[in-house]
Design a protein around this ligand. Sequence first.
Ligand code: GLN
Ligand code: ZN
Length: 763
Amino acid sequence: MLSANLGFPRIGKDRELKKAVESYWSGATSEAQLLEVAAHLRAEHWRLQLAAGIDSIPSNDFSLYDQMLDMSVALGVIPPRFATLDVTHLQRYFLMARGQAPGVQLPHEIKALEMTKWFDTNYHYLTPEFEPNQTFTPDATKPLAELREAQALGIATRPVVIGPVTYLSLGKLRSATGDRLDLLDALLPAYVELLRQISTAGATWVQIDEPILATDLSDKQRESLVAAYRTIAAELPQLNVMLATYFGPLAENLSLAANLSTAGLHVDLVRGKEDAASLVDVIPAGKVVSLGLVEGRNIWRTNAIAALAFAQPLVDQLGADRVQIAPSCSLLHAPVDLDAETDLDDELKSWLAFGKQKLAEVKLIATAILGPDDATRAALEANRQAMISRQTSERVISPQVQGRVAFVDEHMQRRRSSFPQRRSVQQASLGLPAFPTTTIGSFPQTAEIRQARAKRRKGELSHETYVATMQAQIREVIAFQEEVGLDLLVHGEPERNDMVEYFGESLAGFAITRNGWVQSYGSRCVKPPIIYGDVSRPRPMTVEWIEFAQSCSTKPVKGMLTGPVTILCWSFVRDDQPRSETARQIALAIRDEVEDLEKAGVRVIQIDEPALREGLPLRKRDWNAYLEWAGDSFRLASSVVADETQIHTHMCYCEFNDIIEAIAGLDADVISIETSRSDMELLDAFVDFRYPNEIGPGVFDIHSPQAPTSESMFRLLTKAAEVLNPSQIWVNPDCGLKTRKWEEVRPALTNMVKAAEAARQSL
Ligand code: GLN
Ligand code: ZN
């Protein structure tokens, strides 16, 4: 039985790629040095897959920044503002990615391609930009180079490209009218030429990814898929295409996918388990089927015996020679190597598998399915023991937590009074002016702050010194806000490395890895905590810091928490209970913290939910169920307080049109959102839907080092006041200030307060 892989993480086990790319950007190293590290990583990863016994090893899954950007380059989709520049190939590549490149000085700013989330993962890709009369010019340099590089190492690979319909569907047409799918006719010859060159260079199979098949498809998308693969098959009869789908069940698209003119079909049987039932019926005779049995997006060890039992009937019916065993999707979304986790205990480690370990699982299943030998039997037995240990461990199940969850009822998820009633009590007790000013929470994370946290982690700083250092920071941040004249203060979050990991470190049921990094975008990696057991809060997590901050001022200081949905979305979650159940447990833990903050005299508590929107399922039909439990979790976490206590929430993005009712349903007293970058246009959602509570549409973009003028912010407030009732409006930046410098923050907030004063005068 053949084993296959769909893609390997490219960052390297010690984030070598991140370091090499950033060092190149900074000018410290040359292009040649960067390319050498990249080649080294590819070779290492190919050898690793070969050593794991994987038969079909991918190439062109590597990227210096992003595979969608690579695809745009391979198809000649280079917007004119980049195409016309006199720069090197690599400089252009990074200009498209980030609007800057080493050695390039442009007279004016150049806008990078837009970045968007890759389906429902935390990976972000660069959006292709199509001109109205976009043409496509194939450039096979990268796939060919990687194919040959592997060949030179004696490794035959299956090159990966993103499929034409997914590629077009994820792109953006730079004109108000028209349909990007209409570009298919122009695009296909470029694809065919690209694939022809790959085939001529010796690839017998290619993997073409069409994850769009796991979403709700329009008729036009379906027709495009049929047309695209018919053309590719007709033009390149000698090339075998493994059409790869992943991230969810194909469901009503299964028959379509199965009948596209390709030699093979890969299905995600972890998230799309239900597809297995009709797979054999719809698959045409002779087509190769790749069974995605090992979860590519999470960190749990596969239950090998269960996977075998699940796959056996499929293999029996299809015939072993037509089946490949694979991960559910590319391993891009998994950390690289569990062996590096020297701090995790052996029991927990025995429940986990990262990228490298997942390859071994794929191989184990592929080997065992045809009748195990002794070594395989031993590996299966070890796997079985690990499964039993996880299922029965007291670390996983907590009767107290389960008992508490069972007693959650409606009234725990509702504030005591309606918003208008709460509002008048809060106004009386907080005494804030109209157009109250505040910030989203974090202040610049200076080198001093980061060093103090790092030293503490390494045990080089005593608890007392650490606390004193952080308190000094907090005192400064408070003094600064008073000086600038902000109305509602924050402590600045100096003690937090990351808004999810910080809470993961304190909550029971969570484990933090040392090196479990996953690429988020470009050189940016995230290290999600692992939720392995029932979640509870052994002790207060933030109270002392907030109490201290409040003691420094007579103005109200906000308590700052991360919400249950965001903690869930940005962690590796359990696969042995529904996400909604885990969210509810986290909500109860946050609720405890909210209660303690209130007891400590904190009058305003902000519970950030920037990930609420991105948690939306791929299929529209699943949205309502998600929004219901996500909303319940937020309300469960926040509704414990008295009417006087003001609950804030914050969300970064504001594409709210389709979920605005659910957002309003959270019933936060105040929500702050990102709007400045869209010139308040994102508030359009609020025209038809009268948002009932208070709202702070961000008045400046925290991503830009440029300090906004008070006039520009006043103008945005004027725009906001056209859509909202002025008495609803708060004045705040788009997001937290932790990536900014103090010299940027000072003028920005000074001007913001001026803008609020002007608004009080005239709006
Ligand atoms: N309170 C967090 C901060 O200010 C919110 C960050 C976020 O929305 N991603 O940094
Ligand atoms: Zn934000």
